[in-house]
Design a binder for this molecule. Structure first.
Ligand code: IPE
Ligand code: IPE
Ligand code: MG
Length: 240
């Protein structure tokens, strides 16, 4: 467990506010998404420099398919460009990339790019960077329950052997570790179906800063706020 004053091991970010950031400037939402993608690269670097070991970013939810198809298509193309465009830097910086979420609904081209990034950064150990694309926490839990039900059906598992640990291990693997600090930019104070299992004891940090403006100093501010929190995990003293 984290000692008070230490850097959070796992930081998860709901990066929100790209559209409003662009609209405030009289630009298209796509312009905001592009600026948001550039900012992701900067924050990965900043998180790595600060000693954060896992960074999970919410890029596209299972509910985001409800957006106009032109925006969805733009985002899917942007994800592909982002992955390939940042790969060399990720390799040089020791970043291990993972994509979490249901991939089957994505284009085969995008799935190939995801696999390439994961394969070519698998040996890196400085920081693990999970990008959640077509991710929904409820969907993740349903998927995990199905996996366990299949094992029970095959006679490999007894229902009363299902524990918190076993359920946790049936979730998308890279994200299954508990989140220490959850940041949401853009002013909304809700979770929007993000990592409901993993944030049980996360410290929550909401900021009105729109994602493209959330820079290194804002990340430091969030971590400093985290360091002031008294984490008790249900006990009477921190960490007990
Ligand atoms: C977050 O920005 C990025 C995605 C959800 C893809 P938004 O697109 O939600 O921006 P706002 O909240 O409309 O400003
Ligand atoms: C949450 O943002 C999802 C991502 C950041 C990918 P949304 O903009 O989709 O969330 P709501 O609709 O405001 O809850
Ligand atoms: Mg939003």
């Amino acid at each position: 467990m984290d000692e008070k004053g230490s850097v959070p091991f796992h930081v998860a970010v709901i990066l929100d506010g790209n559209g409003r950031w662009a609209e405030e400037k009289g630009k298209s939402r796509s312009f905001g998404h592009q600026a948001g993608a550039e900012n992701v690269k900067k924050i990965v670097r900043a998180a790595s420099d600060m000693g954060i070991r896992i960074l999970t970013m919410y890029a596209f939810s299972t509910e985001n398919w409800k957006r106009p198809s032109a925006e969805v298509q733009f985002l899917m193309e942007l994800f592909g460009e982002y992955l390939i465009g940042s790969l060399e830097e990720m390799k040089q910086e020791g970043v291990q990339m993972h994509i979490i979420g249901e991939r089957n609904m994505l284009s085969s081209g995008l799935q190939d790019k995801m696999e390439k990034c994961e394969r070519e950064t698998a040996g890196n150990t400085k920081i693990r960077f999970n990008i959640a694309i077509n991710y929904g926490s409820r969907d993740e839990l349903v998927r995990g329950c199905r996996l366990l039900a299949e094992k029970v059906k095959a006679g490999e598992l007894e229902p009363d052997q299902i524990s918190e640990e076993i359920l946790q291990n049936s979730l998308f693997p890279p994200a299954s570790r508990d989140v220490d600090l959850l940041i949401r930019t853009g002013g909304e104070q809700r979770l929007s179906n993000f990592m409901l299992w993993q944030i049980s004891y996360a410290e929550l940090y909401f900021t009105p800063v729109l994602w493209p403006d959330f820079d290194r100093s804002e990340l430091i501010r969030a971590v400093q706020e985290f360091q002031k929190r008294d984490r008790r995990f249900g006990g009477l003293q921190e960490g007990i």
